[in-house]
Write a protein that binds this ligand. Structure first.
Ligand code: HEC
Ligand code: HEC
Length: 352
């Protein structure tokens, strides 16, 4: 498949730290079928960025404050309804000890999850995946994943079989660098920890013709703009915080997301998921009747639609390979952009 080869060329160039001009042209050619929304873009990136300057996590770089997070201007202690703790913005976004507002919501975090490895500048898993493993659409929901699936993903990030189709995706490069630098014990502790926490849905899927006007941060997060303007939704899913301040400033793990989906998505998605509709396979055969996971395939019900669609596209292009990825390939292969929207909206609306 042409796209697959392109993705492989791009990935190889990026891994070598150089972008070949032909790959750059290829990257732009890739854009038409690329589900921009699932990768956190509102408009296509002009060209591959030089990600090597951005935070691969293996050499000390200025990556301590995740891009797009608010800067600390006041040093004021902030509080959050229902929590007896207070944190400054710098503490909330601390790379090696990010705020944990509700320690009662999860078991005690192993050091690798709550603190990372400051000595080698590896950020805590919790800065991206949150202490509860809910994750954001631009990283991944890791709560409630089976331990062996979790460990296989870490191994495949580490050995390069699992990559993002988007070579600009700095956090995916950082994820891979982290996976390469975990000890087997750290990997097992993180897997056991996140696996023990049930995934709690924090999406609400709404079908709509329009969406509140929004911006895309450099952190690939969609945030509602000031005011009450709306814009046409078009053919995409847009997931944004119910409350920008709670989610983006406080990182409140209990404040959820609204997912705007084109009208008709849920019904179309249900047909594809339940029957395959001649284009894919019924997902329940492997992921279980309620898509809550089986010994073969991970749980997907209720998880962030941007993450789900991105993975399906990554399977389709082959950038997400790996030992079990071939099982997903036939299900993902023929899906169009509209199919991805419909499937992701429907799966995200299910109870986990
Ligand atoms: C810089 C942010 C960041 C940090 C820190 C981080 N991850 Fe990730 N992680 C990601 C991203 C991004 C993805 C999804 C990549 C994609 O979509 O291509 C991911 C995916 C995963 C997955 C795959 C989930 C699935 O459903 O297949 C696992 C498992 C995981 N991370 C575990 C960890 C662990 C354990 C740590 C700490 C040792 C960690 N991550 C630290 C960003 C991060
Ligand atoms: C033949 C079995 C099979 C079928 C049918 C199947 N899947 Fe999968 N799926 C898998 C396996 C196995 C994995 C894990 C692959 C890996 O380990 O890399 C997976 C992974 C996934 C993932 C990534 C999950 C994560 O946490 O990263 C998504 C999303 C997904 N499948 C969606 C679907 C959807 C939607 C359908 C139906 C349209 C479907 N799958 C049909 C076997 C299947």
């Amino acid at each position: 498949m042409k796209r697959g080869i392109l993705a492989a060329v791009l990935a190889a160039c990026a891994a070598a730290g150089t972008i070949h001009p032909a790959a750059q042209a290829g990257f732009l050619a890739l854009m038409p079928g690329f589900p921009l929304w699932a990768y956190g873009y509102k408009t296509p990136p002009a060209a591959p960025e030089d990600w090597s300057g951005r935070c691969p996590g293996e050499t000390p770089r200025d990556c301590d404050r995740p891009g797009g997070m608010p800067a600390d201007t006041t040093g004021t202690k902030l509080s959050l309804a229902g929590s007896d703790r207070t944190f400054t913005v710098a503490e909330i976004t601390s790379p090696y000890n990010p705020a944990d507002w509700f320690p009662g919501d999860h078991p005690p975090m192993p050091d690798i999850v709550g603190r990372g490895k400051a000595a080698t500048r590896f950020r805590a898993c919790a800065i991206c995946h949150y202490p509860t493993g809910s994750g954001l659409m631009q990283n991944a929901p890791v709560a409630g994943l089976p331990v062996d699936y979790f460990l296989r993903q870490l191994a495949e990030f580490a050995n390069g079989k699992r990559k993002s189709a988007d070579i600009n995706k700095a956090n995916a490069w950082e994820m891979a660098a982290m996976a390469r630098n975990l000890t087997p014990d750290e990997a097992r502790q993180a897997a056991a920890y996140y696996s023990s926490i049930p995934f709690r849905q924090w999406n609400r899927v709404v079908e709509s013709e329009t969406v509140p006007a929004f911006t895309a941060t450099i952190n690939n997060l969609f945030l509602k703009a000031e005011g009450d303007e709306t814009e046409p939704l078009g053919r995409r899913l847009v997931e944004m915080p119910e409350d920008t301040y709670q989610s983006n400033m406080l990182r409140n793990p209990r404040s959820g997301m609204v997912v705007y989906a084109p009208v008709g998505s849920l019904k179309a998605g249900e047909a594809l998921v339940k029957t395959g509709a001649g284009k894919t396979q019924a997902c329940g055969v492997c992921h279980g009747p309620d898509l809550r996971g089986t010994a073969l395939a991970p749980p997907i019900a209720g998880r962030q639609p941007g993450y789900l669609a991105r993975q399906m596209y990554d399977f389709q292009t082959g950038s997400r390979g790996g030992d079990m990825a071939s099982l997903m390939k036939p299900a993902a292969e023929k899906l169009t952009g509209d199919d991805l929207i419909a499937i992701a909206a429907y799966v995200a609306s299910l109870q986990p």
